[in-house]
Structure formats: structure tokens, C-alpha cells
Design a protein around this ligand. Structure first.
Ligand code: UDP
Ligand code: MG
Length: 340
């Protein structure tokens, strides 16, 4: 692996816009036009380099989406496409796009195909990148386009995640810029259930936030079914936090303490002759054994948590930059490549 000492002021970065698509035939033509106009105008202003492009990731669409994209690719070399054999979900589609762009792109911006996210924010993303950020999160200004129920579930979810110890950015979906450095680091992760919204902040690279307005979907309907949303929420919790497992042990501990207190109370009652026959024994046995069971489960949980984290084969550290010099060599010669 090569670590770059990126000189962000030097040349315009090569941008790859990664767009996951699943059954988006209703909107894809329009999105393609809007997005390619955007990329071309950025290239004209020399904000991004001439080789900048749009990469669709077709997530196993069953409608005409792929055919339309192939048509677009034939007409304009600004478009490319990665086609999944079957539907693997939004997160995997984004990951595939980023890994395909790795090696070519200086920066990747991931954006939905339905044009809900304000594309003008991309200029600000790049500005932040030039200022030194390796990650720029798009954060929605407010949730006025969502119903009360979605607002409530979203905020409860962020709070729950925080409580469970996962570091996620509130109101940030997957509209973000990442630099080539982040792409390199991301390729070191071997886990199958990648929850990017948790993983990327967890890496610790310098990051910035850009606020944007959310619009209504241009056409078509939401491809995020309730089931898919629940799956994502569960993935977020289980792939980042082993706290639920630790909580079992904690619960067991409190039940045992409670059992001991109740036992003392019951014994005092028994000595004073204020008991129903059999009640004391039953309560003591019940509380102590429940506590002991939970506590044992908790111990097992601790080991499972360890095994679980180990099986992910996460890189133990992420390097941001290196200066590694050869004192016998020429002055200023470094192994890290400053020039791209
Ligand atoms: N998407 C995908 N695979 C899926 C579901 C969605 O690639 O299984 C894409 C979809 O085409 C869109 C983006 O992910 O470009 C976000 O989906 P959508 O706009 O339907 O979600 P919402 O904005 O309603 O949360
Ligand atoms: Mg959408």
C-alpha cells in the first residue's frame, strides 16, 4: 500500500461521481443529464480534472435501467457502469463504486440517483477537500420533506447508536466526498457487512461537514423499503457495537445483587415468622439462578464479542501520512509520493 502526501493545491482532482441505481428507469435519463452537466461544468471551471466521470452501479435492477445506462455510455464517455448480477443493496453498491474508482479517482462523491440531494453542494465538498479534509459529509438541513414518524425514528436511531457507542453523523446519509486516501484505507477492511456511515467516521481522517437541502424525489418511488431500512439499522448497530452483549452481563450482575438483597429481606421475615411457607426458598432460588444464568450468558457474550470483532479482520490502525527518509540518500527523497 502506498501512502500519499497529497498536495491538494497542485492540480485539479479527478472526480468520480458514484451513483447507485436500483430500478430507476423513471429518473435515470434526467439524473444522468443533470449529473453530467455538473461534472462538465466543474471540469470547465478547472475545479476538477478533465478525466472526471460518472460511475453508475446498477444494483441488480429488473427494469430497463441497465439498458438506458448502456445507451448513455455509448453516447458519452463521461459515463461508466458497474453491473451487479443481483440486488445487493445500496451500501454494497456504493462500496463497489468506490472500489472501482480506487486507483483512478483523487476524490469520489457518492450520490443517489433520484436527485434528492442538492448537487450544488459538490462545489463546497471540493472546497473542503482542498482545505485539507479527507472526508466531507453532506448533512441535510432539516427533515421537512419527511413525515413525523420518519423524523422520530431517525432521531431515535441516532440517539440509540450514540448510546451504543457507534460514532455516526446525525442527518448524514451517504452523500459524501472521500479522498483516495480513504479509498485505500477502506480497501483494507475485510468485513462483509460494511456500514459505511459508521465505518468512515471511525477511521478518524480529517473531516468536514457541508449542509444541503433535501428535495422531493424527481421521479419513481423510494427503493428503500421498510425491510431494507430495518436491515440497515440493525447492521449499523450489530456491526459497530458489542454493547448489547456486554449489557446481558451487566443485567445478570444486577439481578444477582437484587437476589441477594431480597434473600436477606426474606430470611429476616422468615426468622420473624412472617412468611408464607415455601415462598422464601422459591424466591431465593429463582432470583439467584436467574442472575447466575444471565451472568454466565454475559461472560459468554464477552467472548463472542471478542470473536466477532476478530473475525472482521479490521486493520488495527489507519495511517494518514508517512515521512520515511533515507539518511544516506539524496536530500528530501521520500518514499511517499508527493506528485500524483
Ligand atoms: N438503491 C440501491 N439498491 C437498493 C435500494 C436503493 O442501489 O437496494 C439506490 C437507489 O436507486 C437510489 C439510492 O440507492 O439511488 C437511494 O435510494 P432511495 O432514493 O430509494 O432511498 P430514500 O431516498 O427513499 O431513502
Ligand atoms: Mg431518495
Amino acid at each position: 500500500m502506498e501512502y500519499k502526501t497529497t498536495d491538494k493545491s497542485a492540480a485539479a482532482p479527478l472526480l468520480v461521481l458514484v451513483v447507485p441505481v436500483f430500478n430507476e428507469e423513471a429518473v435515470i435519463e434526467k439524473s444522468a443529464k443533470v449529473l453530467s452537466d455538473k461534472v462538465k461544468s466543474l471540469a470547465e471551471k478547472q475545479t476538477v480534472s478533465k478525466g472526471s466521470r460518472i460511475l453508475f452501479v446498477n444494483d441488480g435492477s429488473t427494469d430497463n435501467t441497465l439498458r438506458i445506462i448502456h445507451g448513455l455510455c455509448e453516447r458519452d464517455p463521461v459515463f461508466s457502469v458497474v453491473n451487479f448480477a443481483a440486488n445487493r443493496g445500496h451500501q454494497n453498491a456504493i462500496l463497489a463504486g468506490m472500489m472501482t474508482a480506487k486507483g483512478t479517482a483523487d476524490i469520489v462523491v457518492t450520490i443517489d440517483a433520484d436527485l434528492q440531494q442538492d448537487i450544488e453542494a459538490i462545489d463546497l465538498f471540493i472546497e473542503k477537500y482542498t482545505e485539507g479534509c479527507e472526508v466531507v459529509y453532506g448533512v441535510r438541513n432539516d427533515r421537512h420533506s419527511d413525515g413525523l414518524a420518519k423524523k422520530f425514528t431517525a432521531s431515535s436511531y441516532y440517539n440509540l447508536m450514540k448510546l451504543l457507542g457507534a460514532d455516526i453523523i446525525p442527518n448524514h446519509a451517504d452523500y459524501r466526498l472521500v479522498s483516495s486516501k480513504v479509498l485505500d484505507a477502506l480497501s483494507e477492511y475485510r468485513e462483509v457487512n460494511l456500514f459505511l456511515r459508521g465505518l468512515i467516521p471511525n477511521m478518524g481522517f480529517r473531516s468536514g461537514i457541508v449542509y444541503f437541502d433535501v428535495k422531493e424525489r424527481e421521479a419513481g418511488t423510494s427503493k428503500y423499503t421498510f425491510k431494507k431500512m430495518m436491515r440497515l439499522a440493525m447492521d449499523g448497530i450489530t456491526s459497530f457495537s458489542t454493547r448489547p452483549l456486554h449489557l446481558i452481563g451487566l443485567l445478570g450482575f444486577f439481578v444477582v445483587i437484587f437476589g441477594i438483597i431480597m434473600s436477606i429481606v426474606c430470611l429476616v421475615d422468615w426468622i420473624n415468622g412472617r412468611n408464607i411457607p415455601g415462598y422464601t426458598t422459591l424466591l431465593i432460588v429463582l432470583l439467584i439462578s436467574t442472575g447466575a444464568t444471565l451472568l454466565s450468558l454475559g461472560v459468554i457474550g464477552e467472548y463472542i464479542a471478542k470473536i466477532y470483532m476478530e473475525t472482521k479482520h479490521r486493520p488495527p490502525y489507519i495511517i494518514d501520512s508517512v515521512v520515511w527518509q533515507d539518511p544516506a540518500g539524496k536530500q528530501g527523497e521520500k518514499t511517499s509520493d508527493g506528485d500524483e
